[in-house]
Design a protein around this ligand. Structure first.
Ligand SMILES: Nc1nc2c(c(=O)[nH]1)N[C@H]1C(S)=C(S)[C@@H](COP(=O)(O)O)O[C@H]1N2
Ligand SMILES: [Mo]
Length: 321
C-alpha cells in the first residue's frame, strides 16, 4: 500500500495556503507577533480569529504533530457541524446548542482499570498540559476541513486510570439528556452516542481529547466541554461531549455501527480505496475552499499513514473497514 506522508502532499493539494501566508504577512506588518516569534500564545490571538467568541484558554504549546495547512475559518469550524444530538442539518448544532451548559461536567470511568470512578472535568484536563494540534478532519460524507484544536493527548488521560492487561478496547459515551439535547427526543440514532477504539489506537500520540479550537474553549456545537479527535479516521469516530470512558475486553459497537454496520465499521480508517456502499471515498470536498475549487484526492489514513499504518499491519483494510 502506498502511504503519503504529510510532507509529500503537493502544494496544489493544499488549498488556501496562499490566503494563510497573506494573513501571516499582514499580522507581521501590523506588528502582531506570530507564535514562532513570541513562543507564548499561538497565532490565534484574539485579533487573528475573525468571528471568534467564548472564553480564551490558557496558552497552549504548539505541537510538531500539527499540519502546516491553512486552518478553516472560525465560521466554517463552528457553523458546519455534525452533531445529531442537536439536529441533523449542518447548521442545526450551532443554532440549537447555544444554551447548552457544559459545566459542571463529570466523566465516569469504568471497566478494566485500577482507578474506576467519577472524575471532574477540571481533574482530567490540567491547563498546563494543553497543546495546539492543527489536524485535518475527513468526514465519511466526503467533505473535509483543517481544524486548530486545543487539547490533551488521550493517552495522558487514560494512563491516569491504570488500564489493566484485559483492557483491549476503550469505549466512550456522549451525554444522554433529551432535556438539554433536543435531537435526542427523536430516535435518529441509538442514544447515547457511543464510539470506541482499540487500546493501541487510543494510546497513539495523535489521539486527542480536544477542549478548544483556535485558542478558545470548545464551542458547544463542537462537542463541549471535551471530545475525542482521531484524525486518521472518519469524523464519526471523534465522539463529542464525553461523559463515560470504559475499558473493555470486547470490541465495542459504536452508534453508527449499530445503525448500519455495512456502511460504518469499527475501524473507519480514512481510505480512498474502499468506497462507502453509496459513494466513492477517493476524493473529498474541502469546506470553505470556494464554490469553484472542486474536490481533492483523499489520502490514505487522511495523510497520517507514516504515523499510524503500523497499527494495522496484517489487517485486511477492505474487510476491516
Ligand atoms: N456525540 C456525537 N459526536 C459526534 C457526532 C454526533 O452526531 N454526535 N458527529 C460526528 C461526525 S459525523 C463528525 S464529522 C464530527 C464533526 O465534528 P465537528 O462538528 O466539530 O467538525 O463529529 C463527530 N462526533
Ligand atoms: Mo462525519
Amino acid at each position: 500500500m502506498l502511504i503519503k506522508r504529510p510532507s509529500d502532499v503537493s502544494p496544489s493539494e493544499i488549498t488556501r495556503e496562499s490566503v494563510y501566508l497573506k494573513r501571516r504577512d499582514l499580522l507581521k506588518m501590523a506588528g502582531i507577533a506570530t507564535a514562532g516569534m513570541l513562543g507564548s500564545h499561538s497565532i490565534f490571538a484574539s485579533q487573528a480569529v475573525p468571528g471568534a467568541s467564548g472564553k480564551l484558554l490558557p496558552s497552549a504549546r504548539k505541537s510538531p504533530l500539527s499540519t502546516d495547512q491553512a486552518p478553516n475559518s472560525w465560521s466554517d469550524v463552528t457553523t458546519y457541524n455534525n452533531y445529531y444530538e442537536f439536529g441533523t442539518g449542518k447548521e442545526d448544532p450551532s443554532r440549537n446548542a447555544k444554551n447548552f451548559k457544559p459545566r459542571p461536567w463529570t466523566v465516569k470511568v469504568s471497566g478494566e482499570c485500577d482507578k474506576t470512578g467519577t472524575y471532574a472535568y477540571e481533574d482530567l484536563i490540567p491547563a498546563s498540559a494543553l497543546e495546539e494540534r492543527i489536524y485535518r478532519l475527513r468526514c465519511v460524507e466526503a467533505w473535509s476541513m483543517v481544524i486548530p484544536w486545543v487539547g490533551i493527548p488521550l493517552a495522558t488521560i487514560l494512563r491516569k486510570f491504570g488500564p489493566n492487561s484485559n483492557a483491549r478496547y476503550v469505549s466512550f459515551k456522549t451525554l444522554h439528556d433529551p432535556s438539554r439535547m433536543p435531537g435526542q427526543r427523536r430516535r435518529t440514532l441509538n442514544w447515547p452516542y457511543e464510539e470506541g477504539l482499540t487500546i493501541e489506537e487510543a494510546m497513539h500520540p495523535l489521539s486527542l481529547i480536544a477542549v478548544g479550537v483556535y485558542g478558545y474553549e470548545l464551542p458547544n456545537q463542537n462537542g463541549a466541554p471535551m471530545r475525542l479527535v482521531v484524525p486518521w479516521k472518519y469524523g464519526f469516530k471523534s465522539i463529542k461531549a464525553i461523559v463515560e470512558i470504559k475499558f473493555t475486553r470486547r470490541r465495542p459497537r459504536g452508534s453508527w455501527e449499530q445503525a448500519i454496520a455495512a456502511e460504518y465499521g469499527f475501524y473507519a480508517n480514512v481510505n480512498p480505496e474502499v468506497a462507502h456502499p453509496r459513494w466513492s471515498q477517493a476524493r473529498e470536498r474541502p469546506i470553505g475552499a470556494g464554490l469553484f475549487a472542486g474536490k481533492k484526492p483523499t489520502l490514505m489514513f487522511n495523510g497520517y499513514g507514516a504515523q499510524v499504518a503500523a497499527l494495522y499491519t496484517g489487517l485486511d483494510l477492505r474487510k476491516n473497514y
